[in-house]
Write a protein that binds this ligand. Structure first.
Ligand SMILES: [Zn+2]
Length: 313
């Protein structure tokens, strides 16, 4: 897959047409978006592009009111920190990977949450060629503290008394994330065996930054270059790509390098730098990669040219 991830909503039919044509002209074969329509999919398919719809585990008012016990819970001090950092700008709060995500997520261990996310998968596949799971992690990056998750850890402690509390926490949280990916992969394939199931491993998972290799998917996209400055040294970009490739198990998923490029002033990368990152991505991704975001490429022709030329080689 050579995919462009849109992130920002594509608001009008005209913008959707432009997005499809833009991505086709870059030489890509996939567009990941939260704005898919049947017309967009038809136009894209004619140009040999697949439209992949994003699926998020964020809570909404209806779910929150009906199932308040099914939301992820943090520890008391984490709520206090969360209150203190409200109002930070998006760029600032994500830039240094602040240690709490300013979002409310469903807890993946509740049947009600699983049913809700499965419904979101069904809605996405009613239109799109596949799904991309995004946001499937923990708001504190390591564990949920709802009653159900506390009970799971208590049970694990009885079964594996030799493990420390921290090891139990990592083990149970790891299993939670592996299980929800398997559940949604199986669900998507039961609806359409040809549906593409992919993701972006985000938010990161502190007990195991390379957990993506364990998620059942067709393609697992993992960050080799993050959106915000300071840019990772190219040596690190290559190290991350090489490690993710080393951990890849083709029976579980194919590793796809993810390059994040933001369009905020002062955040934009040079075309030369992006070209080097793409070169590394293609080398370790076996020709697969995802570049996010669409609007950055649309806004900066030099960056779009770097992508087009890299794919021609
Ligand atoms: Zn929980």
């Amino acid at each position: 897959m050579k995919a462009i991830w849109a992130i920002a909503p594509i608001k009008t039919d005209t913008e959707r047409e432009q997005a499809v044509d833009f991505v086709a002209d870059l030489g890509c074969n996939m567009l990941i978006t939260n704005s898919a329509t049947p017309e967009m999919v038809a136009r894209a398919n004619k140009r040999d592009i697949q439209i992949i719809a994003t699926v998020f585990p964020y809570s909404d008012d209806d779910f929150e009111n009906a199932h308040p016990h099914c939301l992820q819970k943090m520890r008391e001090f984490e709520y206090k920190v969360s209150d203190a950092i409200v109002g930070q700008s998006h760029g600032e709060s994500y830039r240094w990977q602040s240690f709490l995500l300013p979002r409310t997520l469903l807890c993946f261990e509740h049947p009600e949450s699983q049913a809700e996310i499965k419904k979101r998968v069904e809605r996405a596949l009613a239109i799109a060629d596949g799904i991309a799971l995004d946001g499937f992690g923990f708001v504190n990056y390591y564990a949920c503290f709802c009653d159900r998750c506390e009970t799971l850890r208590k049970e694990a402690r009885v079964q594996t008394p030799d493990l420390s509390d921290i090891e139990i926490m990592g083990k149970v949280s790891t299993q939670t994330l592996i299980d929800v990916h398997r559940l949604l992969y199986d669900h998507a394939k039961s609806i359409d065996p040809n549906a593409i199931v992919t993701n972006h491993v985000w938010p990161h998972f502190l007990p195991d930054e390379y957990i993506g290799a364990k998620y059942k998917l067709d393609y697992c996209t993992q960050t080799i270059s993050w959106f915000y400055p300071p840019e990772w040294r190219l040596e690190r970009v290559e190290m991350e790509a090489a490690e993710m490739k080393r951990l890849e198990n083709p029976e579980i998923n194919r590793f796809v390098p993810f390059i994040g490029i933001h369009d905020l002033p002062g955040f934009v990368r040079t075309p030369e730098r992006l070209a080097r990152e793409i070169e590394i991505a293609l080398k370790y991704g076996g020709g697969n990669l995802v570049i996010s975001r669409l609007n950055t490429l649309q806004k900066y022709p030099g960056l779009a040219r770097a992508v087009r030329e890299a794919f021609k080689k």
